[in-house]
Design a protein around this ligand. Sequence first.
Ligand SMILES: Cc1cc2nc3c(=O)[nH]c(=O)nc-3n(C[C@H](O)[C@H](O)[C@H](O)COP(=O)(O)O)c2cc1C
Length: 183
Amino acid sequence: MTTIEIVFTSGYGHTIKQAQAIAAGAGNTARLWQIDENGDLPEDGWQALDHAGAIIFGSPTYMGAPMWQFKRFADASSKRWMTQSWSDKLMGGFTNSASTNGDKGTTMLYLATLAAQHGGLWVSLGQMPANAMDSTPQDTNWNGGSLGPLATSPSDSSPDQGPREGDLTSARAYGARIARLLS
Ligand SMILES: Cc1cc2nc3c(=O)[nH]c(=O)nc-3n(C[C@H](O)[C@H](O)[C@H](O)COP(=O)(O)O)c2cc1C
């Protein structure tokens, strides 16, 4: 079975919602692997990534970059880099932060660079931005990204309040895009 493995970090639960929305859009071959608070992924997670058709990386943006636990996972993936054993897999990425811009772009560039180091085939977002006068956070891709799904969770939001519907719709559509490309 060709699987979609979503490997991500989340400090306070907001980015989990984005990861779950991607999985919901991708369908029943998608699985979620949350890197723990020490930056560790269990061995069955590594095995799943080794056998994946697609790997999707995700992290909240902390200080303009993925949180350190994601970087620890990325550094540990250098073992796979040495043999290029993840080469030719579909790869993608997502991030969430409190500010609308929030320097999410540098996190996305990092995730795309990680994918490229592994020889992955990056899947872009493929959604037009909702950037008109009457656009709101309820609209798909209202953050206006193109590398992958972006989410904005206001700093005083609970994970039930942020990311908002437009971010979740964007994430679901991205999951569906990856599933379609794999089929
Ligand atoms: C240490 C730290 C650094 C942060 N840096 C940024 C940042 O650079 N840009 C931003 O917009 N939000 C920043 N935030 C806010 C988080 O990105 C935001 O709260 C996000 O929803 C957290 O996701 P999580 O609940 O999955 O951890 C930061 C939060 C923390 C704790």
